[in-house]
Structure formats: structure tokens, C-alpha cells
Design a protein around this ligand. Structure first.
Ligand code: PMP
Length: 396
């Protein structure tokens, strides 16, 4: 084994001057274990990935079964493979009937890249409308439609013809027009610090897209897969997107994303030009096995029923006079404080207490909590007590 900080810092590309930096030897359920025996509670699920906990036994079994059959055999879209078939059948059976065709890719940003290309190709239009403070990924297309200017300016020129509107502001919907290929938005804005729109707003977005012929892409890469208490967050708003993007928790711990649409939309990627969107590893059978097991676990363990109850318990336990606001939907939390400095102190003191909380990309005054949906009442109590100790110590 090699847990050398020197190798990590010098031979693995770094993304931040201050990496969180704990060493992980193994992970199980809500826990991560360091080589020195220290145990951490992962209250962020590897950033909204481990929704059914780390190494769920059903996931491990399905992966092992697939390992014994075959790994990669061909690029996406050419060979008939059982596991991607099973996953596509299962996923589309859980979605409204217009979301009946899945394109499997390798990550969240790729799912959005595919969705944006599909919308441009299907409508023959070029304008893309996105929301301020959104996050859709780090590759050029997804970055172009993400709202955080500080993260973008060094990489210009980016995609042309992208226009930003204010999230949850009905007035701005007038900018969606017959020129618009698509509107892309997170159903719940995640990295802006958990922003939940009103039902009326999302319904107005849907209506405006219908009036203008623009496609609605909902990015549920962070808020999907049960995180908000329904399998997909859009279910709570009485609308259906034209294209849905998923990744993160979809793979149960392995890298896979997908964009899902109606077959009549999706089929335009096969002609003019043929091979309009291709990927070598998309739909990798081992990743599909893990995603299939994840969907099965969420259903078989009735995880969705308890999400809101667990969320309410955390909200009830986390009371402290220095908390300015808690924004929550299901088990997706932003906890606001007066200053970013206090948030930094709390995150590092919580680490000492053995609980992993984390920052948001675009909202420095809060930290996030997004525990596995499988977290138990006792684990919630233990974690919240540790966070409260960290908040208290941050004041001294
Ligand atoms: N969309 C949303 C809403 C996200 O939260 C993320 C990741 N934080 C992405 C897209 C990008 O996903 P990935 O990191 O897998 O490319």
C-alpha cells in the first residue's frame, strides 16, 4: 500500500492548494477507515455519490458477477450486451413514458455535453439558456453553461450563444424564445448552496419551453437518485423534462452517467451525421452492473420513504445560535453561517471529530451535508452531536 502524501501532492495532479487530504484504506456503509485505524463518518457521500452507502453488498455482488462474464468488449452502441440492456430497461421503467431511451456515458459533465448536443441537433437552433450560479461540469461545453464566472474566465473563449437567467425568477423566462435550442437547469441547484425552486416556477419553465419549442434539460446529477426523497427530484414539481441527465449516485460508486430522452429525439444522433455522439467506454458493463444494483437497492429497501424523516431529524438536531439558515430538501442540506471563515473552521474541526462535511463550489458561507440515504437514526445522532461540538469549538 502507498499512502504517501509526497506522491499524492507531487505525482497526482492537484485541484486545490488545500486538499482535504485524509487517507482512506477502506469504506463501508457510512464509514471511511484510515490506515491508522481512525474512522470517519462520510456525511457527504463522496459528494452525492454513495446514496446507498459505500460498498453496498448488492452492488459488490452484481459487479463480481459481471467481472466473471466480461469487461469492455466494444465501443458504445455496437454490440448487444445484457447488463446495459437490463439497466436501460429498468431505468426507463421508472421514468415517465417520454423518457424511454438512455445514452450511457462516463460522468456527469459528459451526460450534459451529450444532452446539449442532442438539443442543438434536434431543434436545429443554437442558443442555450442556463441559470446563474448553476454548475453543470468542468469540460468546455458544461463549463460554458455553468454560472460561476470565476471558474470560467481563464478558459475563454467558451461556447457562444449561451444566455443566463436568474434561477427561480419567473420574469426572466421571457428570454426563452424560438431561437432557444434548450434550457438547462438543475432541478435543485446544488453547488449554489441547495436552492429549491417553487413548483410554480418549474411549471412555468416547462410551459415556456413548450410554447417556444425549446427542449428542457433537467440536470439531476446531484439531486437525483433519491437524494430529495423521490427517485427523481422533478417528480415533486409535476413536470417532465425533455432530457434528463444523471450521474454520481446513479453508478453506486462506479463512474457512469446518462442522458435520457424520447427515442424520437435521441434517434437524431444516428444520422446527419451518423455517429453524431460516440464514446468508447460509455455503458461499460461493470459500471452498468453497479448502477443496476443501485436502482434495485433503492426500490427493494424502500429507501425513498425514509429520506424526508431522516432529513427532518438532522434539521431538528442541528440547532445552534450561530446557524443562520438551513436549506434542505430530503437529505440534501446547506447549513449557512455568518462568515466563510467560520465554515472553514467547522469543516476542519468536524474532520477532527471524525465527521466529513464539505464546502460548496459557489457558496462559501455554508457547508454541505448529504449523507447516504441508508444512514441510521443512531448514526444521525452521533454525527449531529459531533457537528455541534465542531460548531461550538469554532467559536473559541
Ligand atoms: N451537474 C451537477 C448538478 C453536478 O453537481 C455535477 C458535479 N458536482 C456535475 C454536473 C458534473 O459531474 P461530473 O463531476 O461527474 O462531471
Amino acid at each position: 500500500m502507498n499512502f504517501s502524501a509526497d506522491v499524492f501532492l507531487n505525482h497526482l495532479a492537484q485541484t486545490t492548494p488545500l486538499p482535504y487530504g485524509i487517507a482512506v484504506e477502506r469504506a463501508e456503509g457510512v464509514y471511511l477507515y484510515a490506515p491508522d485505524g481512525k474512522r470517519y463518518m462520510d456525511l457527504i457521500s463522496g459528494i452525492a455519490v454513495s446514496n446507498i452507502g459505500h460498498r453496498h453488498p448488492a452492488v459488490i455482488t452484481r459487479i463480481k458477477e459481471q467481472l466473471d462474464k466480461h469487461l469492455h468488449v466494444m465501443v458504445y452502441g455496437e454490440f448487444i450486451q445484457s447488463t446495459p440492456n437490463l439497466l436501460a430497461a429498468r431505468l426507463t421503467s421508472l421514468l415517465p413514458e417520454t423518457l424511454n431511451c438512455c445514452y450511457f456515458v462516463n460522468s456527469g459533465t459528459e451526460a450534459n455535453e451529450g444532452a446539449l448536443k442532442l438539443a442543438k441537433r434536434y431543434t436545429g437552433r443554437t442558443e442555450i439558456i442556463s441559470c446563474k450560479k448553476s454548475y453543470h461540469g468542468s469540460t468546455h461545453g458544461s463549463l460554458s453553461v455553468s454560472g460561476n464566472e470565476i471558474k470560467k474566465s481563464a478558459f475563454r473563449p467558451l461556447l457562444p450563444d449561451v444566455r443566463f437567467i436568474e434561477f427561480n425568477k419567473p420574469d426572466d423566462l421571457k428570454h426563452i424564445s424560438e431561437r432557444t435550442a434548450c434550457v438547462i437547469m438543475e432541478t435543485i441547484q446544488g453547488d449554489a448552496g441547495v436552492r429549491v425552486p417553487t413548483k410554480a416556477y418549474l411549471q412555468a419553465v416547462r410551459k415556456r419551453c413548450d410554447e417556444t419549442g425549446a427542449l428542457l434539460i433537467l440536470d439531476e446529477i446531484q439531486c437525483g437518485m433519491g437524494r430529495t426523497g423521490t427517485l427523481f427530484a422533478f417528480e415533486q414539481f409535476g413536470i417532465v423534462p425533455d432530457i434528463l441527465t444523471l450521474a454520481k449516485a446513479f453508478g453506486g460508486g462506479l463512474p457512469i452517467g446518462t442522458f435520457v430522452a424520447d427515442k424520437k429525439i435521441m434517434q437524431c444522433l444516428t444520422h446527419d451525421p451518423p455517429l453524431g455522439h460516440i464514446t468508447t467506454f460509455g455503458g461499460n458493463p461493470v459500471c452498468c452492473a453497479s448502477a443496476l444494483a443501485t436502482l434495485e437497492v433503492i426500490q427493494q429497501e424502500n429507501l425513498l420513504q425514509v429520506v424526508d424523516e431522516k432529513g427532518k431529524l438532522i434539521e431538528h438536531l442541528l440547532q445552534h445560535p450561530t446557524i443562520k439558515e438551513i436549506r434542505r430538501i430530503g437529505l440534501m442540506f446547506a447549513i449557512d453561517f455568518e462568515t466563510a471563515e467560520q465554515v472553514n473552521r467547522i469543516v476542519s474541526l468536524a474532520k477532527e471529530e471524525g465527521v466529513i462535511c464539505y464546502w460548496f463550489l459557489s457558496h462559501p458561507n455554508s457547508f454541505r451535508i448529504a449523507p447516504p440515504l441508508t444512514i441510521t437514526t443512531e448514526e444521525i445522532q452521533e454525527a449531529c452531536a459531533a457537528i455541534l461540538r465542531a460548531i461550538e469549538k469554532s467559536l473559541h
